[in-house]
Design a binder for this molecule. Structure first.
Ligand code: MN
Length: 496
């Protein structure tokens, strides 16, 4: 009833919104007054948009959270950029301007009381580059105390329970910072409770996905397919920030598995990818690699990484949570009806109960291996901690292409070797043009001829009548104990 006269004054409310938007310096307000301003802004917005629903405390809370998170994320970006600046190139006036901007950014970050210990490093850099007089101005008393206090402040789960782009940026910048510190400090910036919530949120989404996810890609979009990362967190960040860009409405990502083990930052890689999955479930797809299993993670570094980062008390808990997540990862994608991606490769036909082979077929299976169908693949139970030997599931995660025709057991414990004839059969049968698999890095192709040595991050392994087969391996300079020149970041872009 009171809304009618209010609606008559739309221009006035527009003016109020304009004042809040453009003229108010919100940084200096107390939290309580800031909340009041957001409440006024929300009411004014409701009137301007002809809204008749009553404004609730939850509306104001939501607006408050998203606005503050957004502003803080921008401020942290400013600090990040400043850390990379070369101050020697700036004249006196510009140096002063940078310091002023940084002071505002630091104030904003301190308002939200989020963790940012990079402030201390920044102040030290400014002391050298700008001069101690300027530093005294910047520190201005309480800021120095603040950086000390914030050394112990951990990353928190978004207050409204929803992951935002800004939260992912904060996650990445926090991990970037902590990756230079003692790994034992990790739990001080990323609490177990937040790890558990993030893994649960992503697992819930992936559990519902099919074994082979079909991507219907918008025409004006690109799809970035990414191979093995194996704990090389900084290369994942370089892929997002310097190479491919972040996921967006027009940019899909398909990750072909092997996020953890070998490198030192498997958990960081996994958590950032899971955060993207939660934020953009229909743009980011995470497939399972052979390292996303209990056997591999116990043997190849991920378990040891978690023990170092969380200590005896919590590492088992985090490990079990990760295994729970690995079980949910889907196994393959078909992109735009033409491109098949998976971690290892093609798979055998099995006579499981669900596919109901006849007695004759069971005998045939014993006699000779034959290629499995996508129909059979769709029915397999993928929700296992480890994959059984001589099974479709282990083939998908472990198989390798061979230049020799036919299908045969791999020399590894798991998986198959398949020839160009099998690639042709699979492509033709399923009306596909391309297979992109990962799994083999430069170490697996040592001594291979130029075309298959993986030193460029990918190789074309089969070229048949119906299409092609590529191996794609994204972790550069791998394995790190060997010197392999010429390896740089690789992802293949396919424009549809
Ligand atoms: Mn692999």
């Amino acid at each position: 009833m009171d809304l009618l006269p209010l609606i008559g004054d739309v221009d006035e409310f527009k003016e109020i919104m304009g004042i809040i938007n453009k003229e108010m310096d919100l940084v200096s307000l107390s939290d309580e007054n800031l909340r009041r301003v957001f409440m006024i802004f929300e009411i004014a917005g409701g009137v301007v948009n002809g809204r008749t629903k009553q404004v609730t405390e939850a509306d104001a809370e939501q607006l408050w959270c998203s606005s503050v998170d957004g502003v803080v994320a921008v401020a942290k970006q400013v600090i990040d950029y400043a850390c990379e600046m070369n101050f020697q190139d700036l004249d006196g006036l510009l140096k002063q301007a940078v310091v002023e901007i940084l002071r505002s950014a630091c104030n904003i970050v301190s308002k939200q009381r989020v963790f940012d210990s990079s402030l201390q490093g920044l102040l030290e850099e400014l002391q050298v580059e700008v001069g101690s007089t300027m530093r005294e101005r910047l520190v201005g008393g309480k800021l120095e105390n603040l950086t000390k206090e914030q050394d112990t402040l951990p990353l928190s789960w978004p207050r409204n329970g929803r992951i935002s782009l800004e939260w992912i940026q904060l996650l990445i910048s926090t991990f970037k910072w902590s990756s230079w510190k003692d790994p034992k400090e990790f739990q001080n910036v990323m609490p177990v409770t937040v790890v558990k919530k993030l893994i649960s949120a992503a697992s819930k989404i992936m559990r519902e996905e099919r074994n082979c996810v079909k991507l219907r890609v918008r025409e004006d979009s690109e799809v970035i397919v990414v191979g093995d990362i194996l704990g090389q967190f900084h290369d994942l960040v370089a892929l997002f920030e310097e190479n491919a860009g972040f996921p967006s409405d027009h940019r899909y990502f398909v990750f072909n598995g092997n996020y953890v083990d070998k490198g030192s930052w498997g958990l960081e890689v996994l958590l950032v990818l899971l955060a993207w999955k939660v934020l953009m479930p229909h743009r980011v797809y995470l497939l399972r690699g052979n390292h996303e299993t209990k056997n591999c993670t116990l043997a190849y570094g991920f378990w040891a990484e978690l023990c170092t980062k969380f200590g005896k008390k919590d590492c088992k808990l985090v490990f079990d949570k990760c295994l729970e997540c690995f079980r949910t990862l889907p196994l393959a994608t078909i992109i735009a009806q033409g491109v098949y991606t998976t971690h290892g490769g093609l798979f055998r036909r099995t006579c499981s109960a669900s596919t109901q082979c006849s007695t004759g077929e069971k005998r045939q299976k014993l006699d000779a291996l034959s290629l499995g169908s996508l129909k059979e693949f769709a029915k397999v139970n993928r929700f296992l901690e480890d994959v059984p030997e001589n099974d479709l599931l282990s083939d998908v995660l472990w198989s390798d292409p061979s230049s020799k025709a036919g299908l045969r057991e791999n020399t590894k414990k798991f998986g198959l070797l398949w020839g160009p004839d099998c690639t042709e059969e699979f492509l033709k049968e399923n009306h596909l043009k391309l297979i992109i698999r990962s799994h083999e890095g430069p170490d697996a192709r040592t001594g291979a001829d130029d075309a298959r040595n993986m030193l460029n991050g990918y190789s074309k392994d089969h070229d048949t009548v119906s299409g092609e087969l590529y191996t794609l391996f994204t972790a550069p300079n791998y394995p790190q104990v060997q010197i392999l020149l010429g390896c740089t970041m690789h992802s293949r872009r396919f424009i549809f």
